[in-house]
Design a protein around this ligand. Structure first.
Ligand code: MG
Length: 159
């Protein structure tokens, strides 16, 4: 079995196959929606999230995240990783809209905000808009893994 991640770009789904074979019996943790406008950051985050056993789908702005979350069935995504500063629609607005969608998991899907803004009021604004947890850039892989593990109880040991 191979892990795949999908890049959804301008309506096209591009499957990016991870060349590392994973064990057949590895239990996947589900699919994470990664919302990040910077391609390099997205590649790094994709690898880091995959290490926890998730498949990753990447979209490059908040509007695409809302669209993608809205068109998939409830429970399709286990987790959303949301950059805040993005063109077209930022992460706070996207989170606010996702929370109000008429979907069973709209209010409950964990949304982890990633932002360069470390001021307390930014954190507060994130939570007011429906963010579940908050990570400040630059962040370490360990920090990201800890936040995800705490939210989802995925408990993958660090190397
Ligand atoms: Mg950004």
């Amino acid at each position: 079995m191979k892990l795949c991640s999908k890049l959804i770009h301008e309506g096209k789904v591009i499957i990016m196959e991870d060349l590392r074979d994973i064990k057949q019996d590895a239990d996947t943790k589900g699919i994470a929606l990664l919302v990040e406008d910077n391609e390099i950051n997205a590649e790094i985050a994709t690898m880091q999230i995959k290490e926890l056993g998730f498949e990753v789908e990447w979209v490059a702005n908040g509007a695409r995240a809302v669209e993608r979350f809205g068109e998939t069935p409830a429970g399709y995504y286990s987790l959303v990783i949301m950059d805040i500063m993005m063109p077209v629609m930022d992460g706070l607005e996207a989170t606010r809209i996702i929370r109000r969608l008429d979907k069973d998991d709209a209010a409950t899907v964990p949304i982890v905000a990633i932002t360069a803004n470390a001021f307390p009021e930014d954190k507060e604004a994130s939570f007011e808009n429906g963010v579940t947890a908050f990570i400040t850039k630059p962040y370490s892989k360990r920090q990201l893994h800890e936040v995800i593990n705490n939210l989802l109880g995925t408990g993958v040991a660090e190397n």
